[in-house]
Design a protein around this ligand. Sequence first.
Ligand code: SF4
Length: 432
Amino acid sequence: MTALFEHASLAEAPQKTGASVNALRERGQREVFCGLTGIVWLHRKMQDAFFLIVGSRTCAHLMQSAAGVMIFAEPRFATAVIDERDLAGLADANEELDKTVQRLLKRRPDIKLLFLVGSCPSEVIKLDLSRAAARLSQTYAPDVRILNYSGSGIETTFTQGEDACLGALVPELPQDAAADAPALMVVGALADVVEDQFRRLFEALGVGPVHFLPARTVDRLPPVGPNTRYLLAQPFVNDTARALEDRGARRIAAPFPFGVEGTTAWLKAAADAWGVDAATFNAVVEPPRARATKALQRYREALSDKSVFFFPDSQLEIPLARFLSAELDMRLTEVGAPYIHAAHLREELSLLPDGVRLSEGQDVDKQLDRCRAAKPDITVCGLGLANPLEAEGFTTKWAIELVFTPIHGYEQAGDLAELFARPLIRRTRLQI
Ligand code: SF4
């Protein structure tokens, strides 16, 4: 569901960041999807995993409507609805959960990894899902691993569900002999087609072995150790990064692989860490870089000099704003992000134009006023804001679509530009 949350109000504090941009910190009412939404893309990525949401009817409805946007093969998620009960009823709730898991695993022997996903209704918060996961693991190990994480909508944005899920996986990553060898780990769910493209590029560069987190199947979970270097593919997996560092892995600092420049800089950071020479690097990346540059050219006319306003939602806002500004000459009126991780976003922030208005957190009414005043050509926002803004005559882009769609890497650069160009072109046609 789209939820409104009221937070203790902090004074708005314009700040300077490392990129010499003004950042406005807001802690007011915000409009976001909850972390359960991550299951929609994670269940497609992890082919032998199942996500059992322990939640309310509201959670079940959210998942139905979010997943209903995209219909795929047999879904690998379900909701165990926990009804209102008092603390005395907790023993029953645990028993019901055990029975549900038993029925599920009997019916679906293909499940090798089961996530118990917590939610925010009070009757669920009372249940200790980490103990439930430990208890059930004793029964079903080694055939099925059972882990838990929270997709609760309190204090999170929808992409943090993926961060919580991957964070739960980190203790499961093997630390065997393979973990002692130098290796690259790419962190953050990517569409399989994108993962394959990156794997081929890294192989051609001589960077590797390369592992991806999440892996497609549980038997391919990447090893981790002090010689693991990792590259973030998504800007929202901050807790996962911290957990990897606790296990000895070290981050390769880079912008994110969106657009031609972001992808080139991301690959270059890994190539430099592996000591790849400039001639080899250029020879490998030049053909896809040229294809991507040509693909972007098609959308330049529609996007150049158009203004864009980002409401905070997916945590992709800063890298995407950099892409739209640097590669398509769009004007940034405000770039709102739910949370700005200064270290992980340092390279991105340094590539933003000077003077751009950056905001962190949200006070939705004030931000709507700023958006109305800015009159952007396109507004990137959550579903809850898109319809009212469209009714007021604004052209909008759903932030969630940017997470559902493959947008990373050279071959997807044109598709990424098209996601922004399409609503603008449609609006122009409607006005003719
Ligand atoms: S976890 Fe909370 S915010 Fe998310 S659908 Fe369930 S009740 Fe709504």
